[in-house]
Design a protein around this ligand. Structure first.
Ligand SMILES: Nc1ncnc2c1ncn2[C@@H]1O[C@H](COP(=O)(O)OP(=O)(O)OP(=O)(O)O)[C@@H](O)[C@H]1O
Ligand SMILES: [Mg+2]
Length: 394
């Protein structure tokens, strides 16, 4: 077989989504006997649940690229084929990673070739315990919302929205792209739950009692809401979206109006952003908002000025009603200040755990209420949230 990349195209590039379902056999996939013939591998860019991603230099095309290498020992051909097909179908969107038609197999692995993102992933860009400035978070959210809307319009659900799957191309975040379509499935299909869950999983997944979980766009919306929280704070809002998780339960009680005070880790957000969170993190998946809803909130202030300074003229007209829904009314700033003190919010930042801390889950019994946020840690590197704990298969 000719091993030069220009002849090594995947034999049946999907022309439509339907065509991706039954096509191809592993025998038709070009064989790359020695990867060094076509690529000079430079360094490892990352490793995930399923394999490794290497920075490589394509000798023929004289450009850098990312090689996603999936071991055959853990990846079925049909799973590789699905990820390749979906990656290629989605590649035209400006906020989705470009995937090359060329792909390979070696004796041990399947290989996807994608454009290289020089500034790493969003996880690495979020300052621990602080989060990114509102301005940057908005720029990122707009692009990823557009990518998700594109996917949802095609009836595809990403199912693994998290900062590690958002790649950065420039320092001011004007070019970011969604990656990793290994978990992507058709809307309306069913997936089997393996074990456990992750902070980005919605309650209907965390609490599922049957093995068949219906794939819906609401799953991505939930994960996107958690991603927004992580981006703005550098912490997780909770570990699991289950009532046994005290931090999730506090939020849920506030949503259901059974608790008047907003839990402290949400305190920095404006009522307007809380309204959006309330819609994205609706515990009832059917009531959760669509991705298109998010664009209505870009022009609003997201981080409350009152958390950082005394009110000034700039605050005039800013809504301060932290109710989880219903009509908006003015809020007593003194009460907010008192609530901040009640929650120890003046010491909040000092107490919060570090983004890249080696410890993941605080001892809940000893956890002060003012400290109720989880460390963000790369999901695929975490010992506590180990890969297999939170993966689902179709
Ligand atoms: N095109 C790219 N350019 C630069 N780095 C990349 C690229 N693709 C992936 N990476 C890095 O490699 C990591 C793993 O890639 P990817 O998410 O595709 O693998 P995975 O095994 O499917 O991961 P997961 O644990 O999310 O399932 C990413 O989080 C990122 O840091
Ligand atoms: Mg990934």
């Amino acid at each position: 077989m000719d091993r030069s990349p220009k002849h090594a195209y995947y034999p049946t590039k999907p022309q439509s989504q339907e065509e991706t379902i039954n096509s191809n056999t592993v025998d038709l996939l070009p064989v790359l006997v020695d990867i060094n013939d076509s690529y000079k591998t430079i360094r490892e860019l990352g490793s995930g649940t399923y394999g490794r991603v290497l920075l490589a230099y394509n000798r023929d095309q004289q450009q850098r690229c990312a090689l996603k290498i999936l071991p055959k020992s853990t990846t079925k051909f049909r799973d590789f084929q699905r990820e390749y097909n979906y990656s290629l179908i989605l590649t035209s969107h400006r906020s989705i990673i470009s995937t090359f038609e060329t792909c390979y197999q070696t004796q041990d692995s399947y290989i996807l070739v994608q454009e290289y993102a020089p500034l790493g992933d969003l996880f690495e860009s979020i300052p621990p315990q602080r989060g990114l400035p509102e301005k940057h978070a908005k720029i990122i959210m707009k692009q990823i919302a557009s990518a998700l809307e594109f996917m949802h319009d095609k009836g595809l659900i990403h199912r693994d929205v998290k900062p590690e799957n958002v790649m950065i191309f420039d320092a001011d975040f004007h070019k970011v792209k969604l990656i990793d379509f290994g978990m992507t499935r058709k809307c309306g299909s069913y997936v089997r739950r393996l074990v456990g869950s992750i902070p980005y999983s919605p309650p209907e997944v965390c609490e599922a009692t049957t093995n068949d979980i219906l794939v819906t766009s609401a799953m991505d919306i939930w994960a996107f809401g958690v991603l927004l929280f992580c981006t703005l704070t550098g912490n997780f809002p909770w570990e699991h979206a289950q009532i046994t998780d005290i931090y999730y339960n506090e939020f849920l009680m506030w949503q259901k109006h059974q608790r008047r005070k907003l839990p402290s880790q949400w305190f920095r957000f404006t009522p307007r952003l809380m309204r959006l969170f309330n819609k994205m993190l609706d515990p009832v998946s059917e009531s959760r908002c669509e991705i298109s809803e998010i664009c209505k909130y870009y022009d609003d202030r997201w981080i409350s000025e009152t958390v950082r300074r005394r009110p000034s003229h700039e605050d005039e007209g800013v809504e301060e009603d932290y109710s989880s829904g219903g009509s908006i009314s003015g809020t007593d700033l003194e009460e907010i200040t008192k609530m901040m003190k009640d929650y120890g919010l003046d010491q909040h930042n000092q107490n919060q755990p570090h983004l890249h801390s080696s410890i993941d889950i605080p001892d809940i019994n000893n956890q002060a209420l003012s400290d109720n946020s989880y460390f963000i840690k790369k999901q695929h590197n975490s010992d506590v949230f180990s890969h297999h704990q939170h993966k689902y298969i179709s």
